[in-house]
Design a protein around this ligand. Structure first.
Ligand SMILES: Nc1ncnc2c1ncn2[C@@H]1O[C@H](COP(=O)(O)OP(=O)(O)O)[C@@H](O)[C@H]1O
Ligand SMILES: [Mg+2]
Length: 380
């Protein structure tokens, strides 16, 4: 439904580096940063993610789609409408693209009530498209109910917590029922715990409203658990595009593998599942996965968790601990501030990263455990 082709958006060197453009190198370096030939297609109802480190061009891509930047070449189409095309010179203004955007900063309107924040985008629609007052009221209330803020309808927006403000920003972006919504690191200002619950919330919202979304993040876990497909970016280009499982399981380059953190993968079958947690039976035992909607019992999944999320000790953890396994030290690499271990558990070898103070002897028995919220289940 959205098609982005060969998009190139550069910034003049003086804007990018705060330099004048007079020097002898000005011509050669007159353009820098931005994106350099980005292409992808997003299907109806998809949650498509741009993933990459800071400065790789994620925001520039979104801004170019929204019409906030003018690319020097390429095209953007939404359904059968051309929004931008460098060849024919078409450049639909930002307010006519019908695209909603949610930024990292909540960008709610502090002087307005919760109701007014959500109603505003409807009230500023061109007269012909503007719904009647009663319809506005109904739609706003329904949207607030969907994001769980109906009880706050008459509160001032600034009385809301960070998580609530971000839900408000989402409600405001969705109330016009845009064909596509662009989300630029919308959770990155929230603390870790809230981020995790908002992640679920966002996925639920996206499913319920059926809105097509492009999501931008530098957080691998977020990208993998939320997305239907992920495009990994580096230095203004897409270096790999695929489902979370594809890019995680088959990184096409060292860059992608490194960026995704060399996670551990275990094939398994869903043994039990609820709305927010599932138990996957794997070769090393049952693994609990939290923070993801459960898949049907019996379905095949691959669970993965990153080396730095596993706790390692020669002593069993205090109390009962989900996802705790007994194994044997096979190899270590001391890396100054940390140690990488290879631990054999049953027939599997896990890569585990510990802090540098941990002393374990070769072949010693160890206990390894990982918090269910640090485990991601991918489609098999
Ligand atoms: N307005 C701008 N002026 C000059 N350079 C910019 C501007 N916006 C982005 N850049 C440069 O373009 C590159 C990509 O930036 P950006 O799209 O913001 O990356 P990301 O969102 O992935 O962190 C960076 O090198 C950045 O410095
Ligand atoms: Mg950015």
């Amino acid at each position: 439904m959205l098609s982005v082709k060969d998009l190139v958006t550069h910034f003049p060197v003086d804007a990018a580096r705060g330099l004048g453009s007079q020097g002898p190198l000005a011509d050669a370096r007159s353009r820098t940063g931005g994106i350099d030939g980005v292409s992808f297609e997003v299907a109806q109802g998809e949650l498509f993610t741009l993933l990459g480190p800071s400065g790789c061009g994620k925001t520039t891509t979104l801004r170019s789609i929204a019409g906030l930047e003018r690319p020097s070449s390429g095209s953007v189409r939404l359904r059968d409408q051309v929004l931008f095309d460098s060849e024919s010179g078409i450049n639909v203004p930002v307010n006519r693209r019908g695209i909603s955007m949610v930024f990292q900063s909540y960008a709610i309107w502090p002087h307005m009530t919760v109701f007014k924040n959500v109603a505003f985008p409807l009230e500023v629609l061109p007269r012909k498209q503007r719904p009647a007052a009663q319809v506005v009221k109904d739609r706003v209330e329904q949207m607030l109910e969907t994001v769980g803020l109906l009880d706050y309808v008459n509160h001032s927006a600034t009385q809301l917590s960070g998580g609530q403000q971000q839900r408000l920003a989402l409600a405001r972006a969705l109330v016009t029922e845009p064909p596509i919504i662009l989300l630029d690191e919308p959770l990155s200002n929230l603390d870790a715990k809230l981020r995790e619950s908002m992640r679920l919330e966002l996925k639920r919202l996206q499913r319920e409203t059926g809105v097509t979304a492009i999501y931008v993040t530098h957080d691998q876990g977020e990208a993998l658990s939320l997305s239907s497909r992920v495009a990994i970016m580096s230095a203004g280009k897409i270096v790999q595009l695929g489902t979370p499982r594809e890019i995680y399981g088959n990184p096409s380059s060292r860059y992608v593998a490194d960026f995704l953190g060399g996670a551990n993968f275990l094939e398994g079958t869903v043994a039990d599942a609820s709305d927010s947690e599932m138990v996957v039976s794997t070769g090393i035992g049952a693994i609990h996965v939290a923070g993801q909607h459960g898949r049907a019992r019996g379905s095949r999944v691959v669970v993965c968790f990153r080396p730095e999320h596993i706790r390692l000790s020669t002593q069993p953890p205090a109390g009962t601990q989900a996802n705790c396994f007994e194994g044997q030290q096979m190899a270590t690499a001391f890396l100054g501030d940390r140690i990488d271990h290879v631990i054999k558990i049953g027939e599997s070898e896990l890569r585990i990263r510990s802090d540098a103070s941990l002393r374990i002897h070769r072949a010693e028995r160890v206990f390894a455990w990982v918090d269910p919220s640090d485990v991601v289940a991918l489609e098999s």
